[in-house]
Design a protein around this ligand. Structure first.
Ligand code: PRP
Ligand code: URA
Length: 218
């Protein structure tokens, strides 16, 4: 498999076990949301750990001092979802860091177009986003069209590409290549890199339409 230097693949040993039910076509929407949320909690922790950390000195209840403990100030971070499926991952981030700022971008693939080009409908960002590290949340990276449009919108708002971490559950190599060629400084963190896209630009083997399965709109 090709190696992608800007991609971090989460290595937690529970990940393969959580991917099985969400890939399985017989999994109900309720079970899909349950296992996907457990998986996204791990992904959110991994994305969080990629943020800039401060070195702090702390004392434990035993009286020992740790001069080089690390701490991330999540109140200065913005988590941005690509609506709709991205909201599920945004909520996983907010569960572990309730004080993050929140931004939203509504982008939908045009499923009637051959290249599934994305259409942008709306965005809203918090004041000061330009100075914040951003965790951009969307569980699926297929052609890369949606996330490239989302990154362009963040750059227009003054964000730095180096400050953006794109978190997703499954990435297709075609999408990784498209994002790295459009925005080489954006880092990507994923649970798994799948084989390819099919003719309909769905990830293979993939899991189908994440948003439909998570929200029960199949
Ligand atoms: C899905 C997914 C990504 C996009 C990925 O969203 O959540 O946003 O497709 O495909 P791409 O890399 O080819 O752009 P979709 O537009 O289906 O909307 P949804 O979140 O409402 O399901
Ligand atoms: N969006 C999804 O939800 N799944 C895919 O495989 C591609 C785009």
């Amino acid at each position: 498999m090709a190696s992608f230097p800007q991609v971090t693949v989460c290595k937690h040993s529970a990940i393969p076990h959580l991917l099985t039910p969400i890939r399985d076509v017989t999994t109900s929407s309720v079970q899909f949301a349950y296992y996907a949320s457990r998986l996204m909690a791990l992904l959110a922790e991994e994305a969080m750990a990629m943020l800039p950390a401060q070195q702090v000195s702390i004392t434990t209840p035993t009286g020992a001092t740790l001069p080089d403990a690390v701490r991330i100030n999540t109140s200065k971070v913005c988590a941005v979802s690509i609506i709709r499926a991205g909201d599920s991952l945004l909520e996983a981030v907010r569960k572990i860091a309730p004080d993050v700022h929140v931004g939203k971008i509504l982008i939908q693939r045009d499923e009637s177009s051959a290249d599934k080009h994305p259409v942008m409908y709306y965005h809203k960002f918090p004041l000061g986003i330009a100075r914040m590290p951003v965790i951009l949340c969307d569980p699926m990276l297929a052609t890369g069209g949606s996330v490239i449009m989302a990154v362009n919108t963040l750059l227009d708002a003054g964000c730095r590409a180096e400050s953006i971490i794109f978190a997703n559950v499954i990435a297709a190599p075609e999408g990784i290549e498209a994002v790295s060629s459009a925005h080489p400084a954006v880092r990507i963190v994923t649970c798994v890199i799948d084989a390819s896209l099919n003719d309909n630009k769905y990830i293979m083997p993939g899991l189908g339409d994440f948003g439909d399965r998570f929200y029960g709109t199949e």
